[in-house]
Every structure is written in structure tokens, then in C-alpha cells.
Design a protein around this ligand. Structure first.
Ligand code: PLP
Length: 375
């Protein structure tokens, strides 16, 4: 029986793969067709938009290769991500970095490779970029409300419009090209109005900059598109129609729009395949242990992301505490999971697990980083 929140065709592929493989779990299966489909949808409703896949969501070479065969570019933050793209000979015009605080070695490498589009939100960053990435186009990270997103990012980066204006002026004085504005509404943002609020803030800065003689031409609206984990979410088409409407009303119509989705590109495409390794009754609690946990793939579960879990068993349903394989008490994935009782050795599948799973995984306690396989 096919569970909710997965495409029929993905489900069939997963079952076929599992029926014919001997590979030891845990591993992540990625449906390449879903990735392509997502990339054909994202940006399609926003005029003059370009998509840059935020590679940190899943920097797997086979997935990056697949994305490189589409029109999308890449958003990177580090030398490691850059070297992956260099190996695949991705041209520098298709790469941007929206990390507002970059290391000097990374700036140098990115610049020498030919990358000329960088975010910033401080004077210190401008000083570094004017030395090591002179004349680049730079865009300011504005802080915007992150309410309504399951994985907020606003506290770490971004400045308010007044400070942003000063920094744009400073960028020009330092020989950089102040090109535009960026923001991030927070990851897994389920509030369709968050983008409108952010755009209002951006247009205010845009106009203030214009009055100071700084003509911007780039608006990067970050990532944040949500996926279905355990419930339906607002669809990307509706979010983009609303964004496009706001853009038409408030911004000049010849500007370039950049999108940097991560989660929405690979999340729904992924099924994490794990195996039940143990069960225990502790007082009233039923504990279920699997071979993947918060240290080797399911880190986001401790920050509020909840997944849909599937087992093949038809036994009576029970309430479980789902835990990973390591000896650390932090390694608890979900304290409230209702599932038919599986046997040790059974598969436990985790749906919508393509994003921020393997990219977060470590080898803590000797449990390997799960492989990723495109199907
Ligand atoms: C992580 C990140 C993204 C991707 O965000 P999603 O919520 O996965 O779409 C985009 N832009 C920047 C600057 C990021 O740090």
C-alpha cells in the first residue's frame, strides 16, 4: 500500500530497487525524475528568474551532475562545495555565493575561478572582498522575519534597511559593484505571506538606495520553499504567483531575480532506507532502534523537522520512541511515532528525506555516512 506524501512513480522505483539490492542499509535513494521535475517548476512563475541550487542541501556528485544538466546554477558557501563544482567543470557564471561571511581562502578561490556574485552584510566582509574579489557584484543580506518557517535562519545573518543602505554605499566606495538585495525567509517556510513581508522590506531599501544614486538590478529571494513531510504545504506555484505579483507591483520590471532553493529541489525526491536493529520496553515506553540516527543523517529531527516513517509490517500499531544506533542519549529521532510493530531486520523507510540529511551526517561512534543512490 502506497503511503501518502510520495509520488506513485517514486514509490514503485523504491520498491523495485529494494527488491533487487543487496546493499547494506542505511542509504538514501534519490528519484532523479523528481529532482528534474522540481527544477522545471521552481522559478517558472517568476519573470526573469534564475535558479541556483543551494548545494548544501545535498552535495552528492551524482545529484549535482544531474542538476548541472538542467538550466539551474549553484549557490555555494565553501571551498569544498566549490571544488565539487570545479571537478564537474561547472562554469563560473552559473555559480554564486550567498554566504555573508566567507573565509579569505574561499573568496580567493572563488574569484580566481571566475565567480563574481557574492552576498555580504558587514563592513568586514566588504574589506575582504575589495581586496580579494575586486569589482565583483555584491548583494546585501537583509534580515527579514522568519516566523512560519520550521528552520529559522534570521538570527545569524542579515541587517536592517538603514544599516544595509550604509553598507551598499560603502561597497561602491570600496570599488565593488553594489548590485542588489537578498534575504532568506527561513527554511521550510510554510507561510505564504513571509515573502511578501520580506519583499516590502526590500523595496523600501531599493528605493532608498536609488535616492542615494545606487541603482540596483538584482533581487535574490533566497530559499525556503517548503516540502511535504507529514502534512500538505502551500505549493510552489501559489507562492511564486504571489511573489511575482508583488514584484510586478513594486519593483522595476527589468530586474534580474535569483532563487536559491535547496530543500525543495531534493527533499521530496529522497527516501532514506534504514533497518530496525532493536526494540525495548522501558517502563511504559516502547523504544525502536534503527541503523540511522541524528548523527548519521537525521540531524534535522532534533531541530523540529518531523518525517513520515513507513514499515512493511501489518502487526498491531504501537506508539514508539524512535532512536538511532549510537550510544549518545541525544540520538533520539522522534518521541511520538505510531507504527505497526516491525521485526528486527525489517526496513524502516523515511520519506521526503533528500535534503539536509546526508549532508549533515558524521561517522560518530563508527556508524558510516550513508551512501546516496540516484534511481
Ligand atoms: C541554505 C540556504 C538556502 C537554501 O534554503 P532552503 O530552505 O533549503 O531552500 C538558500 N540560500 C542561502 C543563503 C542559504 O544559506
Amino acid at each position: 500500500m502506497k503511503p501518502k506524501f510520495i509520488k506513485d512513480s517514486t514509490w514503485d522505483k523504491v520498491l523495485n530497487f529494494l527488491a533487487s539490492t543487496e546493499i547494506q542499509t542505511p542509504f538514501l535513494l534519490i528519484d532523479g525524475d523528481v529532482v528534474r521535475e522540481k527544477l522545471s517548476i521552481i522559478g517558472s512563475k517568476i519573470k526573469n528568474s534564475k535558479v541556483f541550487y543551494a548545494i548544501k542541501a545535498l552535495p552528492e556528485p551524482s545529484v549535482v551532475k544531474l542538476i548541472n544538466s538542467t538550466k539551474a546554477g549553484f549557490e555555494i558557501a565553501s571551498q569544498g562545495e566549490l571544488s565539487l563544482l570545479k571537478e564537474l567543470r561547472v562554469s563560473p557564471e552559473r555559480i554564486i555565493s550567498s554566504n555573508p561571511v566567507k573565509s579569505i581562502p574561499f573568496i580567493k578561490d572563488a574569484y580566481s575561478y571566475g565567480i563574481r556574485l557574492f552576498a555580504f552584510d558587514s563592513e568586514t566582509e566588504l574589506e575582504k572582498m575589495s581586496l580579494y574579489a575586486p569589482e565583483s557584484r555584491v548583494y546585501i543580506r537583509l534580515s527579514v522575519p522568519n516566523e512560519g518557517s520550521d528552520w529559522p535562519l534570521s538570527k545569524k545573518f542579515g541587517v536592517e534597511p538603514d544599516r544595509a543602505l550604509k553598507l551598499l554605499i560603502m561597497a561602491k566606495e570600496k570599488g565593488l559593484q553594489p548590485a542588489g538585495i537578498t534575504f532568506h525567509v527561513g527554511s521550510q517556510c510554510k507561510n505564504i505571506y513571509s515573502w511578501a513581508t520580506a519583499l516590502d522590506k526590500a523595496v523600501d531599501l531599493w528605493r532608498k538606495a536609488e535616492k542615494k544614486g545606487i541603482k540596483l538590478n538584482l533581487l535574490n529571494i533566497g530559499g525556503g520553499y517548503p516540502i511535504r513531510y507529514t502534512q500538505d504545504v502551500v505549493d510552489i506555484g501559489s507562492i511564486e504567483e504571489k511573489i511575482d505579483q508583488t514584484l510586478k507591483e513594486k519593483f522595476p520590471d527589468d530586474i534580474e531575480i535569483h532563487l536559491e532553493p535547496g530543500r525543495a529541489v531534493v527533499g521530496d525526491a529522497g527516501v532514506f532506507v534504514t533497518t530496525v536493529i532493536g526494540k525495548a520496553k522501558r517502563g511504559e515506553e516502547n523504544w525502536l532502534y534503527i541503523d540511522a540516527g541524528v548523527f548519521n543523517g537525521l540531524m534535522e529531527s532534533i531541530g523540529g523537522i518531523r518525517y513520515t516513517y513507513v514499515v512493511g509490517s501489518r502487526a498491531r500499531k504501537k506508539r514508539w520512541i524512535l532512536a538511532g544506533p549510537s550510544c549518545d542519549s541525544f540520538d533520539v529521532i522522534d518521541r511520538n511515532v505510531v507504527l505497526p510493530e516491525p521485526s528486527v531486520g525489517d526496513h524502516l523507510l523515511i520519506l521526503s528525506a533528500g535534503a539536509y540529511t546526508i549532508s549533515y551526517a558524521s561517522e560518530f561512534n563508527g556508524f558510516p555516512i550513508p551512501k546516496t543512490i540516484v534511481i
